[in-house]
Design a protein around this ligand. Structure first.
Ligand code: GLA
Length: 392
């Protein structure tokens, strides 16, 4: 990949001027899956892979955006923004401009050169990374103060209303607020958060199954609808609840009879997963890494059996991982139906873990997995090219 000074030079070669650089990270979720849109708790970390943008103001209201990954340049007017096409990469940057303007933030036109290093379609939030990086740049170039909570919400709005994906707030929020060496406990109702220090001798190892099942987004919306139905039914007997976040496992069991069996198991996943997040946070705070394994294992089992968002490749990847030395815990991460697993692996065991997991997964599936070793990283920031940080 490039260095920030190469990004600066690529921008100059294309647009003929100097630029300012920004970056925003992808994320991995340690625990708390499919809880964000139920107003619950999540525990993600920003990862070392970022979306990088070099940008400079223009004198008009045009956005000219070049994507290095897609080798394509698009132009749009800030006065008439609409999605260039279904699943088009430019929906994300244009959607953010649209959401910022809708929120009353008048923007100036800008030229952009975008280089993303978050693997695409792997469930590591390359879309949140591009949204946040572009949003950060647009606000900065247009002279607006950056409120990171508001930026995360507007990036989510861009994805919900402009791109057309009904995601929750987790990905954009941690891309804005991540901190090196920490995971972020987020209350998705109040948006209050707390940084949770991760053990120093443990790496976040992400295993990409290399499969992405097409049913993903339709099933995601179906799960959301099932959770909403659960809340609607439960309100008949628990009128004080607003979301599954407000329900306890005991209440759910007690009122099992009024729920469709499938809706019941979906709700059980969400309610139990919220409890697991809090237990995992306590374990990190006590530095009791031994307590994490059972929590991650139970999270995976619940996502597989109750929420039914895993797939055979994710199950296999977890099964192989937990049999390795030095593994504190493993589970699927992100929306599911393919993508990645998160593995907490002791430093000294990482190389052997990578070798063994790659070989076993490949021999059983015929697929070569990608394995990324990363540590928790900083959220979105402007980049001083003088620092000559590496992009690779
Ligand atoms: C996707 C969404 C998030 C979250 C996860 C599941 O990554 O973008 O908002 O719902 O799935 O935890």
């Amino acid at each position: 990949m490039k260095t920030p000074s190469q990004l600066f030079e690529s921008f100059r070669a294309r647009f003929g001027t100097a630029s300012t650089s920004y970056r925003a990270p992808g994320r991995v979720n340690l625990i708390g899956e499919h809880t964000d849109y139920n107003e619950g708790y999540v525990l993600p970390a920003a990862i070392g892979f970022c979306c990088w943008v070099a940008a400079a103001r223009r004198g008009d209201r045009k956005l000219v955006i070049h994507s290095e990954n897609f080798k394509e340049t698009i132009e749009a007017s800030l006065d008439s923004l609409s999605p260039p096409g279904k699943k088009h990469w430019a929906n994300y940057p244009l959607g953010v401009a649209w959401a910022l303007e809708k929120a009353g933030k008048r923007l100036s036109g800008a030229n952009f050169f975008i280089a993303g290093e978050v693997p695409l379609g792997a469930g590591l939030s390359s879309s949140a990374a591009i949204e946040v990086a572009v949003g950060f740049a647009l606000l900065n170039l247009s002279g607006h103060k950056i409120d990171r909570v508001e930026l995360a919400k507007l990036c989510q709005r861009a994805e919900n209303e402009f791109v057309g994906a009904r995601c929750g707030i987790m990905d954009q929020f941690v891309s804005c607020h991540g901190r090196a060496g920490h995971a972020l406990l987020l209350d998705c109702r109040s948006l209050e958060f707390e940084l949770v220090k991760l053990p120093a001798a443990v790496q976040l190892v992400i295993c990409n199954t290399m499969v992405k099942h097409e049913l993903g987004s339709g099933e995601y919306n179906a799960r959301r609808a099932e959770c909403e139905e659960g809340v609607r039914r439960l309100r008949a007997v628990l009128p004080q609840i607003r979301a599954l976040r407000d329900v306890t496992l005991a209440q759910l069991e007690k009122h099992r009879g009024i729920l469709d069996p499938k809706v019941f198991t979906r709700c059980r996943h969400v309610v139990a997963e919220n409890e697991r997040v809090m237990k995992a946070v306590e374990a990190f705070k006590r530095e009791d890494v031994g307590a994490l394994g059972p929590l991650l294992r139970e999270s995976h089992r619940s996502l597989r059996d109750d929420y039914q968002v895993s797939c055979k490749e994710l199950d296999l990847m977890v099964q192989i991982a937990v049999a390795q030395r030095g593994v504190l815990g493993a589970r699927m991460t992100g929306g599911g139906f393919g993508g990645c697993t998160i593995n907490l692996v002791e430093d000294a065991a990482v190389d052997e873990f990578k070798r063994n997991v790659s070989a076993r997964y490949a021999s059983k599936t015929g697929l070569s997995p990608e394995i990324y070793v990363t540590s928790a990283s900083e959220g979105a920031q402007a980049v001083d090219i003088g620092q000559n940080n590496s992009l690779g």
